[in-house]
Design a protein around this ligand. Sequence first.
Ligand code: SF4
Length: 438
Amino acid sequence: MMNGLEGRKIWICSLGCRSNHYDGEALANAFADAGAELVKSPEECDGAVLVSCTVTAMADKKCRQAVRRVRRLSRNALVAVCGCWAQKISREEAASLGISVVVGNRRKGELPALLAAALGGESPSFAEDRIDVLRSREWDDLALTRPLLHTRAFVKIQDGCNHFCSYCAIPYVRGFPVSRDPGDVLAEIERIAASGCPEVVLTGVHLGLYGKYGSVSLAELVRRIAAVEGIRRIRFGSLEPFGLDDELLETLAAAPRFCRHLHLPLQSGSGSVLGRMKRGYGPEEFLALAEKARSFLGDDLHISTDVLVGFPGETDGDFADTLSLMNECRFGKVHVFPFSPREGTEAWSYPDRVPRETVLRRTREALSAADDLLVRYASRWVGADVAVLAEETAGNSFQGLTPSFLRVVAGGRAERGEEVQVKITRISGDSLRGKRTP
Ligand code: SF4
């Protein structure tokens, strides 16, 4: 056991992406392995850990708010921050917020020992472990050692990005692309399967780079995971479109356990905006890729996406191109984000920032188009029998996800983690309704 953590009350809060939530859960496992008691709220905790995010200005604000909240609710608790926001904040800002431990990316495995030392009063009042992530080839030394009773587990297999899209701050804080050792990935997935969890979601900052900077390809990793007994569903988190090659599509098509859902971020439907974003593809290429994915994985494939609205210089015509490409690509779920300038990125200094009111108007229009697209995609399932993996049950009803990542609320009984057939009868908001078939 790690000296200094036995019996200590630790509260962990993860903000941002799925990789952060994975890191938060793995840290929880590390603290539990060291004898700490994990608590559900920051009041009365001895130590609070924030797995932080810096993807937008709003994310930075939420990190500061989370730290202030802990300081208010638990005056004696020591606060440790790690992850993307922690990678870039100054010592002065950390001190002014009352943070005791700052741990950057690639070093999160060190956090429990640093917090233990700070709690024991053995270290100076401020402990820091940050490295130059742009040069590092290290993997954050974290793992799910005791998977919780989930029906769906996130497994981080990749970190970092060197694509440097002009608007994105992530490569500067997540660092150079690294791939997790395939043996470690499989060992973790075997532990997850042994815990009874039937579904894994492979996550990373830029999943498509798995293998490019590692020993096996993403396709080969999927083949190996598909052979793990007990895993009934495999999904990807977000996959950059330029990471989807023919070998991967062939492998996914041959793996029935791979769920027919891909999240491919489009960002814009305008060729000139995509060029300034430095995305590396044009609208026609993206559309062709979406159609190719359907030709491999079937026309029922759910392709969801992200769209960034109000990029500098985006005209009404550019925005109309985005709405039109959203339609042509026949997306299901579309996540819409207003552009948030990030200092240090190339787009920070781009001229012609779009006025705030215009960004908000376009965001509303894109959200309305997104609602229509989701209904259009979901309606193809009305009248069909679909497999639903029950995640929550209450009396004579349950809810869960279809392989194509649509939420279903259904009448009938099901055990948590059980996959049952449901006859879909209608759409309600962004979910499907139906009844379990005998
Ligand atoms: S591919 Fe682009 S958007 Fe995605 S993390 Fe890398 S730089 Fe950011």
